[in-house]
Design a binder for this molecule. Structure first.
Ligand SMILES: Nc1ncnc2c1ncn2[C@@H]1O[C@H](COP(=O)(O)OP(=O)(O)O)[C@@H](O)[C@H]1O
Ligand SMILES: [Mg+2]
Length: 198
């Protein structure tokens, strides 16, 4: 199973989502790997910091280029998560290589238009995908409006919403603890959406 985490916006939570889902897969007993295609190397530095602090992540983070993605095939039975930069050829290659694309977005109105443009492209390409609302304040009008926005457009969207949590901002550079902040539900939804144990 190959999952790409994509959005043309930076700082929305792509890397956090990639690391969280790989964590879930590893805890499920799967061989997981995060392929870091972002020149900013956030995922790789996350793994490096965790290792330096003596608490390594429960999966490998490898840097990957276009050739790596083309060689992936079906992922060889692993749970492969591709973390991407906002735009560029490598992001397109990641979408092509993926069985499923996750588009994380905040519920802020500025992000919604960009996210829906990404969703439209995936829809047109016939690529299975779903928008994942992250960094949301629960029970707010902003969250409800965002959900309505995607519903009106018939966009594919996770029921799970990842809340805005200071704890999640602090988990960078370390492994997740027992609190997965909703990513456990996103992982189960992903399993259902892809019709197999991811
Ligand atoms: N649900 C959340 N609540 C609070 N902060 C978050 C959440 N998700 C991510 N962050 C923080 O937001 C920043 C950007 O997240 P990141 O995953 O690096 O985004 P991207 O990879 O899209 O640039 C990071 O500082 C991260 O720790
Ligand atoms: Mg990132």
């Amino acid at each position: 199973m190959i999952v790409a985490i994509v959005n043309i916006k930076g700082g929305v939570g792509k890397t956090t989502t990639a690391i969280a889902l790989a964590t879930m897969a590893a805890r499920d007993g799967r061989e997981a790997v995060v392929l870091d295609t972002d020149a900013q190397s956030s995922a790789s530095l996350w793994a490096w910091n965790a290792e330096q602090n003596g608490h390594p992540l429960p999966f490998d983070v490898e840097s990957a280029n276009i050739a790596t993605l083309r060689r992936l095939g079906d992922g060889g039975g692993r749970f492969v998560v591709i973390d991407t930069p906002p735009t560029g050829k490598i992001t397109d290659e990641a979408k092509d290589a993926a069985d499923f694309v996750i588009v994380p977005t905040s519920p802020n109105s500025i992000d919604l238009q960009q996210t829906s443009a990404v969703a439209d492209t995936l829809e047109e390409a016939g690529k299975p995908y779903a928008v994942l609302i992250v960094r949301a304040e629960p029970h707010t009008i902003a969250l409800r409006s965002a959900q309505e926005y995607f519903a009106e457009r018939d966009a594919s969207i996770f029921d799970t919403v990842i809340p805005k949590r200071a704890d999640l901002g602090n988990v960078y550079g370390q492994p997740f603890g027992s609190n997965m902040h909703g990513y456990e539900d996103a992982y189960r939804e992903l399993e259902k959406a892809t019709g197999e144990a991811v």
